[in-house]
Design a protein around this ligand. Structure first.
Ligand code: ZN
Length: 279
């Protein structure tokens, strides 16, 4: 587009209205004959009344306004979606960190209701598959008693069931206190370093991967093993149940064992499950 085109297009409206000077009109006329582009604009102006132009202009203004409104609407929707997603993420994180999570695998710990100094001796019982073959060792050395006491105190037990196989390797521990009470723990090994620690009196059974069974052979090589009657074994039915109340964080009072209080063999758990002496 030439410079002359620019000038012609500026004065075209005046030319159409017959309002420009004769000299200008002459110049425009000449240019329109020679320039097809400017002529096309001229023809358009001729066919349009001023009302048409006004109408067209107002239409375009309305259209531009509508387009802008739509864009704004889209922006509003986008912001709303982003805010919802952010709120969902916050809600999920809150649920994960603040609400109580599944406690099924929460480890529990044994908290003996007595001190290591109260223990007079620990009777270890062991049998491989058949209780008739059971043997017993009596641990009296202070440091050996402490080793066992600390081991059980430090254990993290899991509330997880294992496949119970027949003929388990069973090692039990009876903590005899100087006041005459005793506390039993039974370990049944079902695999390599894989078994359950149980309390017949407390009614619990917890999974442990600790190598409890090795204490039978390795705690003190000087200890002499003597045969023992099956009825004497920890967990045996001939041994009376204890007075224990099982309390969990959820139910508070789930189960109570009420029997011979004098001979009680009690265990107290910390964590979600607690065993309390019934008094
Ligand atoms: Zn031109």
């Amino acid at each position: 587009m030439s410079k002359q085109c620019d000038i012609v297009r500026d004065i075209l409206p005046l030319y159409v209205d017959g309002a420009c000077s004769e000299a200008s009109a002459e110049m425009v006329k000449e240019h329109l004959n020679a320039c097809a582009d400017c002529n096309a604009i001229y023809q358009k102006l001729l066919s349009h009344t001023s009302e048409d132009v006004l109408h067209e202009e107002s239409e375009s203004v309305i259209m531009r306004h509508e387009a802008k409104e739509k864009q704004r609407g889209r922006k509003k929707i986008t912001i709303a979606v982003l805010v919802s997603i952010a709120l969902c993420i916050i809600a999920i994180f809150t649920a994960l960190f603040l609400l109580p999570i599944n406690i099924a695998y929460e480890p529990v710990k044994i908290d003996f209701p007595f001190e290591v100094e109260d223990v007079e001796n620990v009777e270890m019982y062991h049998y491989d598959g058949v209780p008739e073959s059971a043997e017993k060792k009596v641990v009296v050395a202070e440091n050996d008693i402490k080793t066992l006491y600390d081991k059980f105190k430090g254990l993290s037990l899991k509330d997880k069931t294992t496949e119970e196989t027949a003929g388990a390797d069973v090692t039990s521990f009876r903590f005899n206190l100087s006041d005459g009470t005793s506390y039993d723990l039974i370990y049944a090994c079902y695999g390599v370093k894989n078994g359950e620690l149980k309390s017949a009196a407390g009614g619990f059974k917890y999974f442990t991967s600790a190598d409890i069974g090795s204490y039978w052979n390795n705690l003190n090589k000087e200890l002499e093993a003597t045969p023992v009657n099956e009825s004497e074994l920890p967990g045996s039915e001939s041994i009376s149940q204890n007075d224990i109340v099982l309390i969990t964080a959820k139910s508070k009072l789930v189960k109570a064992y009420e029997d011979d209080f004098e001979k009680s063999r009690n265990l107290i758990f910390t964590g979600n499950r607690r065993f309390y002496k019934y008094e």
